[in-house]
Design a protein around this ligand. Structure first.
Ligand code: NDP
Length: 329
């Protein structure tokens, strides 16, 4: 495992990390969380991603209980939370959004659920147009100065909004964002590759990226190539929207191209999940690829992706581009 700088910060994050969206508190209970996190940690993963909204706080509770059982040295790993949609079933107006009040209260609640003293990374899960940028940057700066958070960042913010946050921080001598958490995989490229291009410069924001859904929720694992296995994400209650997406014309065309990509993986003597994750790792502006898994076997399989990166020659990358031409956004 290699460790990459989180943007221009001094924090070293493992190139592969592990997240708990959908899985923890749903498909994955505390014991399975312990096993999955241990498999990832033993492979060198040092970053575990979470959010207040994941299974309405349950994901953080499960991760906290798992961390307690695992009893790792606290300074050997990084944990995150994200704030925006709240952790309640029907949040009241003060229980969501990026107001200073919710930033601070949600942080305290995430810390309590995870049974830790501080969060290493804290993300604004989406932009909140109803809160002035100065209030957000000031709120995050205050959390850092109070020792509750070490680095703050954004998730799926436009380049213009990240640039604005950076400018506000510089103007008022506050702490600028360190990283964004954008979606990035073979079919979803533009934000990371084009929109954010100017933000990576260390003389500017020096943005780090903790990218999500490297397998497009499983599509790029090849698991849907021959139909829908019973125990997959698209069959979970509450994820009917994902099944609809999979059945859409666009995703069926993507699925057809995954069948062709699987042959590329075969020719390289590797597997489709490894190829898809390695493709994300190939981009030097990606600080870490957050993997997800509902089983230990998936964690161990996905960790093998680091070995495939050297096989991704210009020729192989071109083959992938040719196969997915017109299907990526
Ligand atoms: P992926 O796209 O990699 O999907 C992971 C899912 O794919 C697994 O839960 C599993 O689902 C299936 N899978 C994983 N590995 C394999 C394998 N080797 N073979 C077959 N199937 C496999 O990542 P996620 O969508 O889970 O996203 C990763 C993390 O990113 C999240 O946990 C979260 O931390 C973060 N995230 C952040 C977002 C944001 O807005 N900031 C949004 C979404 C995610 P199953 O077995 O159930 O089919």
């Amino acid at each position: 495992m290699e460790y990459r700088r989180l943007g221009k910060s001094g924090l070293k994050v493992s190139e592969l990390s592990f997240g708990s969206w959908v899985t923890f508190g749903n498909q994955v209970d505390i014991d399975l969380a312990v096993d999955c996190m241990a498999a990832a940690y033993d492979a060198g993963v040092n970053f575990f991603d979470n959010a207040e909204v994941y299974n309405k706080g349950k994901s953080e509770t499960v991760m906290g209980a798992a961390l307690k059982k695992l009893n790792w040295e606290r300074d050997s790993y990084i944990i995150s939370s994200k704030v925006m949609w709240g952790s309640k079933e029907n949040p009241k107006p003060t229980q969501m959004g990026l107001s200073r009040k919710h930033l601070v209260e949600a942080c305290d609640q995430a810390i309590a659920r995870m049974g830790c003293e501080y969060l290493d990374l804290y993300f604004c899960h989406r932009p909140d147009p109803e809160v002035p940028m100065e209030e957000i940057v000031r709120g995050m700066t205050e959390l850092i100065l109070r020792g509750k958070v070490f680095y703050w960042g954004t998730s799926e913010w436009s380049a213009a909004s990240i640039q604005e946050a950076y400018a506000v921080a510089r103007q008022y001598d506050l702490i600028p964002p360190t990283m964004d958490q954008p979606q990035y995989h073979i079919f979803h490229r533009n934000r990371v590759e084009k929109e954010y291009a100017s933000l990576y410069n260390v003389d500017n924001v020096g943005l780090g990226t903790t990218i999500w859904s490297p397998l497009a929720s499983g599509l790029l694992s090849g698991k849907y190539n021959d139909g829908i296995p019973d125990d997959s994400r698209v069959n979970l209650p509450g994820y009917e929207w994902l099944k609809e997406m999979l059945m859409s014309e666009q995703w069926q065309s993507r699925l057809e191209s995954v069948r062709q990509l699987s042959k590329v993986a075969d020719d390289l003597g590797t597997t489709m999940p490894r190829l898809a994750i390695a493709w994300c790792l190939k981009n030097p502006n990606v600080s870490t690829v957050i993997t997800g898994a509902s089983k230990v076997s998936q964690v161990t399989e996905n960790m093998e992706a680091i070995k495939v990166v050297p096989q991704l020659t210009d020729d192989v990358m071109k083959k992938i581009d040719d196969i997915t031409k017109g299907l990526a956004e």
